[in-house]
Design a protein around this ligand. Structure first.
Ligand code: BTN
Length: 251
């Protein structure tokens, strides 16, 4: 069983987030679902919920998120949140996680962590409103050790390929304080100041890509709100991240 550095995480994060708590649950349907239920019920204290096992883990676009117990890190962070503009938030979160964990981690717009065209992890951001105040739930799943590729549309990568001694607990301890700082900066300043750093890790930039809804073109990077810049025969188009999947087109 994983030994979680819950105390160390709490010590590093609570000065940034007063009232912060850390919870580790052996099993839950989904850490995002649980924190969304709590937020809707008016429980809005900043909470990190680590799930050792998820029985109904969720990804973007209604997809399931499967993870093997002990081989992955699955957690969600909930906090009261009121940015002026939410656009680009999943890019900011991905950037923060990638920068905290390893220089070799790339970002696949809008919310995947990639290593050499394989998927290391994903991000699911949801928002709830309770009593007129908004709450964000940031859910992150990262493969720590190699996993089976069965049933996956993109082959999986594992953090131990880059950081051989990595454990889920050490990865969480490393990424949490910068993640909270990133969320707080984003709330004040939005995505634009992060655009150059995102572009440095953008794995789609310059490549031919296609979207789940049939668009094709060359990815030119991201704009100041985090929208994907797609070059097509008739010019450039901006694609918003909300309901789209994008993949490199095999050459
Ligand atoms: C994606 O790649 O589509 C996003 C995957 C997000 C998975 C994480 S695991 C922790 C949290 N709980 C969930 O049910 N989903 C997120």
């Amino acid at each position: 069983m994983e030994l979680w550095p819950a105390e160390s995480i709490w010590e590093a994060v609570s000065p940034l987030l007063p009232g912060f708590t850390v919870e580790v649950l052996p099993e839950i349907d989904s850490s995002n679902t649980e924190l969304m239920r709590r937020a809707r019920a008016g429980q809005t204290e900043p909470t990190l919920l680590v799930a050792e096992r998820q029985t109904a883990g969720r990804g973007r676009l209604g997809r399931p998120w499967q993870s093997a117990v002990g081989d992955s890190l699955t957690f969600s962070l909930s906090l009261p949140y009121a940015p002026r503009d939410w656009s680009g938030l999943s890019l900011a979160v991905g950037l923060s996680v990638a920068e905290s964990l390893h220089p070799g981690i790339g970002l696949k717009w809008p919310n995947d962590l990639w290593v050499a065209d394989c998927k290391l992890g994903g991000i699911l951001i949801e928002a709830a409103t309770a009593g007129g105040r908004s709450q964000v739930v940031v859910g992150i799943g990262i493969n720590i050790r190699p996993r089976s590729a069965e049933g996956l549309s993109t082959p999986p990568a594992a953090l131990t390929e880059l950081w051989p001694q990595a454990t889920a607990g050490q990865a969480l301890l490393r990424l949490m304080p910068p993640l909270v700082r990133t969320l707080q900066d984003f709330e004040q300043r939005g995505f634009a100041p992060l655009q150059p750093r995102f572009e440095a890790r953008d794995v789609l930039r310059g490549r031919e890509v296609h979207t789940g809804d049939g668009l094709r073109g060359q990815a030119l990077g991201v704009g100041p709100t985090g929208a994907l810049r797609l070059l097509q025969a008739d010019g450039e188009r901006l694609i918003d991240s909300s309901e789209v999947s994008v993949r490199p087109t095999p050459q």
